[in-house]
Design a binder for this molecule. Structure first.
Ligand SMILES: [Zn+2]
Length: 247
């Protein structure tokens, strides 16, 4: 399958009403395609999206803004389009482009799941991002989520994400699977559309569990040792790979 076909499928899955990850035109997703990326067009809805709702951009052209901020972000993204007749790209194309350069990342999904957003809007968000409650959260969402303090969307957010991911990667020697944006939402990274979908669904389930457990009593997150054991357990790697394969 072409990356665009996979991406359309991912958008529709992320947008499915029963998943409750986004409503209206919230969220966006992207895929790497050689030296280009496909990203959702500005204002398009993920539920029911078609190929016409995506824009192909030159990766290098978009990325040049991160080191040499353009005067006009919108004009920069418009100029990066492979086909000038295509719709305008989401303003989050800057962060998608950078995340798609990370090793093993071919698809990126950004959503606003309500239970996770509740956590991201409290003073506990940062602390919870570093914790895990149950094994499948570790398997599908990684040992910890990367925390990004609230930042205006567009280029400023892309720069804040780059700084936070680099800091976490230096510390852990790994690329995060999930990124939490304070007062904003979730980003999931994957080698396949299903890995992005699985991480997004599990992150929202984990947020529901946190909220329920928090009401019941003293929290008991997994210890570092327990998280390491889950990550080193071959069965869990197999399950994650299997669930991430395209069906
Ligand atoms: Zn958003």
């Amino acid at each position: 399958m072409e990356p665009l076909d996979d991406l359309v499928g991912l958008a529709r899955n992320l947008g499915r009403a029963e998943h409750d990850l986004v409503i209206l035109a919230e969220g966006n997703c992207s895929a790497r395609d050689g030296d280009a990326l496909w990203v959702k067009a500005s204002g398009a809805q993920m539920a029911g999206a078609g190929p016409e709702d995506f824009v192909q951009l030159s990766l290098d052209s978009v990325l040049s803004a991160l080191d040499d901020a353009p005067i006009d972000d919108r004009a920069h993204l418009d100029a990066a389009r492979r086909d000038p007749r295509s719709p305008r790209a989401s303003t989050e194309a800057f962060m998608h482009a950078w995340l798609l350069t990370l090793p093993g990342v071919w698809f990126v999904g950004h959503t606003h799941p309500p239970n996770l957003l509740a956590i991201l809007s409290t003073d506990l968000g940062r602390q919870i991002a570093a914790r895990r409650l149950f094994p499948d959260e570790v398997v599908f969402c990684g040992a910890a989520s990367c925390w990004v303090p609230y930042t205006m969307p567009g280029l400023p957010l892309a720069l804040a994400i780059r700084e936070a991911v680099r800091a976490l990667s230096e510390q852990t020697q790994t690329i995060p699977t999930t990124i939490w944006l304070q007062n904003h939402g979730l980003i999931a990274l994957g080698a396949s559309p299903n890995e992005v979908l699985n991480a997004s669904l599990m992150a929202e389930k984990a947020a529901r569990v946190w909220r329920m457990a928090h009401r019941l009593g003293e929290m008991r997150p997994l210890t570092k040792r327990e998280i390491d054991q889950i990550q080193d357990w071959p069965d869990e790697h197999f399950r994650r790979r299997k669930a991430g394969e395209d069906t």
